[in-house]
Ligand binder design. Structure first.
Ligand SMILES: [Ca+2]
Length: 98
C-alpha cells in the first residue's frame, strides 16, 4: 500500500484484479460529518467531499482521481493512477473513502 499525505500524487501499477484499493481521507472542517462520496465520472455537485474519476485523454492507462473537499466544485487535489489494465477505470469498489 502506498500512502499520500499531500494533495497530489501518483500511484503506479494499480491493478484492480489484484485487489488494489485507493484509500482517501478528506478532512475539511465544514463537512466534518458529511461522508466522502464517490461520484464516478460525474461533475462535482458542490456537496463537498467528493471524489471523481476520469481517464487521461492522452494516456488510456492513466486515470485521474480528482477531489473536491470544500464543495466549490473545483478540484483541490488529484491523484494520477497508472493502471496495469486500461479497460476499466477505478470504480467505487476500488476506493476506501473515509
Ligand atoms: Ca474545491
Amino acid at each position: 500500500m502506498t500512502r499520500f499525505w499531500a494533495a497530489r500524487g501518483t500511484i503506479s501499477d494499480f491493478n484492480t484484479l489484484e485487489g488494489d484499493q485507493i484509500r482517501i481521507s478528506i478532512t475539511w472542517r465544514d463537512f466534518g460529518t458529511h461522508d466522502t462520496t464517490f461520484i464516478g465520472g460525474a461533475a462535482f455537485t458542490g456537496a463537498g467531499k467528493e471524489v471523481r474519476v476520469t481517464r487521461d485523454p492522452n494516456d488510456f492507462f492513466r486515470a485521474i482521481v480528482s477531489i473536491d473537499s470544500d464543495g466549490d466544485r473545483r478540484t483541490d487535489g488529484h491523484i494520477v493512477v497508472e493502471m496495469t489494465h486500461f479497460f476499466d477505470l477505478p470504480g467505487a469498489e476500488d476506493f476506501v473513502l473515509i
